[in-house]
Write a protein that binds this ligand. Sequence first.
Ligand code: MG
Length: 268
Amino acid sequence: MNVSVLSCLKKMLVLLVLLFLAGGYSLAQTPAELAKPTEVYSPVPKIVTPGQTDAEPPSDAIILFDGKNLDMWRAAGVDTTKPAGWEVSDHVMTVNKKAGGILTKQRFMDYQLHLEFRIPKDIEGSGQARGNSGIFLADISDSGADLGYELQILDNYNNTTYVNGQVGSMYKQGIPLVNPSRKPGEWQVYEVVWTAPRFKEDGSVDSPAKVTAFLNGVLVQNDYVLKGVTQYIGQPYYKKHGASPIKLQAHGDPSKPDSFRNIWIRPL
Ligand code: MG
């Protein structure tokens, strides 16, 4: 590099520094602005009594399942009065694959969800056919078919499958950041923050759905923006809807059914 080029570069550097300083000066706050207090005292956050442990529901949670019954749930399908057909015993509910999926009777927009699931200790099968279930964070099917936004449940402790279909994925969309699976037979925990999509009058998307999810305390989805409802084949798409039920999937794979316990939700 010759001397004239070096000198030119130095001049350019000095000019850049001067421009930066000039910009900084113009953005500086005036003495009057600096004298203003920045503390605010309202709105005061509502007091919520947390559970004895982080797994227990806080005082403002809606209990969706506490081990006693399925009163907060119904069978998926056109008959909205059909009771949920899953078994409850030992404070645990277990998928009944023949009875089909179950839906919350209540509909939700944005929420925080806590849910615990267990893959059977003696699970068999491979790929997608090994403890497959799922949480449809908003189910928009009227027919009982699986249509919505599925946060996958699957045994991936020692089982591989397509990565946008493993546990922690937003099925066929969002690959989980990591795989923090526990062994089959151990209880696993999902903590989910769901932001429902908003639609304009004409049905177009005003703001897309977003999800943040922790599996066993480990972040697997970080403010993931969804492209639409889960599709097994084809690309996800949006279809206008409002508040929706949450669905637990009864997947048709031949492996033994998963169980659930301690499910609670805080509408936001
Ligand atoms: Mg599934």
